[in-house]
Design a protein around this ligand. Sequence first.
Ligand code: FES
Length: 106
Amino acid sequence: MNEWCVLGPLADLEQEAGKRYDIGEERIAVFLIGDDVYAIGDRCSHAEASLAEGELFDTEVECPRHGSSFDITTGIPHSLPATTPVPTYEVRVTDGVMEARLKDPV
Ligand code: FES
């Protein structure tokens, strides 16, 4: 799998807030900051939590369960207890519709 999958209308996003999309087995957290759209794995790498429900501070989202901060541009956690990055996804917007590129697991 290395394909573009439709997420939904860009208009569904709110500024500086996360929204979760389920695409098959993938859970993707999407964030809108200004005109930029960022997509990362929604499942926190520490335990079960939705990063789309976390609070955004600039380009870092704070996990709502134990507070690890993940850089939404890289997926890298910058604070404990999470130590493993979450995936990032390329996003494109065509005629107001967002698509994410799903990659094969590495
Ligand atoms: S579940 Fe996210 S930091 Fe623990």
